[in-house]
Design a protein around this ligand. Sequence first.
Ligand code: ADE
Length: 429
Amino acid sequence: MMSGIMRYQVLTIFPELIEDYLQYGILSRAREEGKVQVESINLRDFAVSNQGTVDGTPFGGGSGMVLRAEPAVDGIEKARGSDPNARVVLFTPRGRPLTSKYAREIIQDCEDNSAGMILLCCRYEGIDERVAENWVDYEVSLGDFVLQGGELAALGFIEATSRLLPGVLGNPDSLGEESFDNALLEYPQYTKPREFRSYQVPEVLLSGNHGAIDTWRAERSLVDTQARRPDLYRRSEASPVPKRAELNVALIHSPVLNKKGEIVTSSITNLDLSDIARSARTFGIDNYYIVHPTKALRRLMQKICDHWSDGYGFTYNPNRSDALGVVSLVPDFDDVVTSIEERCGCMPKIVATSARVSEQTTSYADMQSILASREEPHLLLFGTGWGIAPDLMERADYILEPIQGFTEYNHLSVRAAAAIIFDRLLGRA
Ligand code: ADE
C-alpha cells in the first residue's frame, strides 16, 4: 500500500472472472478514481507445458488435481517484480476464516511495509503445500464450505479489505455503523412502501423522533445479535453486561444412588468442599450449597470453613476464605430452594448434571445462552455417589449433557466435572 492506494495482483487461471466482477459498484468507482489498483495475472502464462498445464495428480494418490508449485511461484515472482514487499495471500478452506479483524491486520501489515497484495487463487484440490509454507504470508478462508476455486474468495477479500481503506466508501459514516465493526449485527432496515401486502414498517421509524429511532436500532442490534450470533454478542464490548440473576450450585449427598442403584446418603469430603468452592468463586457463582442430612458432618465442614475464614488458615491463605465464603451447609435439598426463594423472591430454575447419557439433555451452548440472559435465579445440581436419585432428577427443569471423552471410561470426580462444567458455561472463550 503506497500513499493510501492498495494494489492487488490476482494470480488466477480465470482473469476474466475477476475483471468482470470489478466492473460494478464501489470497486469499479474506486478503481477509476485510482484508490485501489487490481491487476490479474494468468497462471497459465507460467504453465509447465505447451498445453497450458498448471496442475498435477497428488502424490500419495487421491482424487482431483493439485496446483503445481512452478506456475504459482513464477507468478508470485513476476508480481513481486513490481512490488517487492507485496504480501502473498492464499485462498483456501484450510486458511483462517476472514473477518473484519483479520482483514484489518493484513491491511495494517501492508501499510507498515509499503506493500500491496498478491492474491493467489487455486482451483482443483488445492495447491502444493510447499508453496503455502514458503511463499505465502496469509492463508484466508471464506468459511467452512468448499468453493470451486479461490476467485470468489479473492473477490470477497478485495471487497472486504478495500472498503476499509480511506476514501473507498463514498460516505465516511457508513463504515463505522456496519455489521461487525462494533461486533454487533446491524439493526434491520426498511424502505418504501410503508405497507407491503399488509406488512407494516415498525411505527417508530416513521415517527421522525430520532432519539427513539436510535434507541430502537440499538436495542434491535443487541437483541438480534444475542439471538442470531450469541458468539459475537458474548465477545462484544458494546453490549452491556446483562443483568444477571443469581447462579447457585448445590452438591447433593442425599438422596443419591449407590453402586446397586439404592437410595443412600454419601459422605462429605474436604476436597469437594474446598475445590468446588474455589471453582465456584473463580467462575462467579453466587452460592455453593452442600446438602447433607447429618448435623455432625455439617458442623465438621463448617469448622473447616471457619478455620480458613478466621482461624490460622486466614492468616496463612486469605484466598481460601474468599472461596469458602460462598459455602452454605444445609440438611435438605428443599432448604436450598427455600433459601434462594427467600433471597430472590422466586423459585430457581433447576439445572441437573449427570454422567448418564439420556434423552432430552440441554447442550452447553444452549445453557450458556439461557444463563447469559437469565432473569430468574438458577441452581446447578451435582450429585455424589452414583448420581442424584431419580425423584430429585425429576424436579430439574434442564438436564445438562454428560461430560464425555473419547473413551469408555466415565468416572470423573464430581469436583473435576464441576470445574469442567463451570468453564463450559461461564468461562471466557
Ligand atoms: N477455495 C475453495 N473453497 C474456499 C473457501 N471456503 N475459502 C477460500 N478459498 C476457497
